[in-house]
Design a protein around this ligand. Structure first.
Ligand SMILES: *[C@@H]1O[C@H](CO)[C@@H](O)[C@H](O)[C@H]1NC(C)=O
Ligand SMILES: *[C@@H]1O[C@H](CO)[C@@H](O)[C@H](O)[C@H]1NC(C)=O
Ligand SMILES: *[C@@H]1O[C@H](CO)[C@@H](O)[C@H](O)[C@H]1NC(C)=O
Length: 132
């Protein structure tokens, strides 16, 4: 083996160790929470608003990490009951929750709307972290 090859080999193993360490740090530092931990429950409130049944929606960040910029898929969403835009605001086919502000771990956000039939809402994107 030439001196040059030996140097290259040492360099390569040092580089591998460096990247392995980096990957471990990244995995350990990130959280086990995902968009799937944003759970949405919808139930009939029993009231009618503008002739439409009212639905109570409860969004829970069912994990320990904070999530912000939470967007729900809400294509075609309509409501005969007005919704506070600081809680839910429509932007095209998605709805921004609490103006993109963070939901801490296990926080809930509730809102009500009225329409028939109810809409199937599901989380479409968010920014996860920081974690506690
Ligand atoms: C929260 O997550 C736990 C464990 O994954 C699950 O059993 C529970 O039903 C979830 N709660 C809600 C409100 O979705
Ligand atoms: C629905 O939400 C309204 C307004 O927050 C509340 O007064 C009512 O108790 C809720 N109904 C149910 C069945 O959760
Ligand atoms: C949201 O609604 C749920 C279910 O009705 C209730 O348990 C929770 O306390 C409410 N959260 C807030 C922040 O009002």
């Amino acid at each position: 083996m030439s001196k040059d090859m030996a140097t290259t080999t040492t360099f390569n193993s040092l580089t591998s160790i460096f990247f392995l360490t980096l990957i471990i740090i990244i995995i350990k530092g990130s959280c086990d929470c995902s968009l799937n931990n944003i759970n949405i429950g919808t139930s009939r409130s029993g009231r009618e608003i503008g002739g439409q049944p009212e639905w109570n929606v409860s969004v829970i960040n069912n994990c320990s990490c904070q999530q912000s910029e939470i967007k729900l898929s809400c294509k075609g969403f309509q409501s005969s009951e007005s919704i506070d835009p600081s809680i839910l605001s429509m932007e095209g086919d998605s709805c921004l929750l609490i103006s993109g502000n963070p939901m801490k771990g296990f926080d809930t956000v509730n809102f009500s709307y009225a329409w028939d039939p109810p809409f199937l809402m599901f989380p479409s994107s968010s920014v996860i972290g920081p974690c506690t």
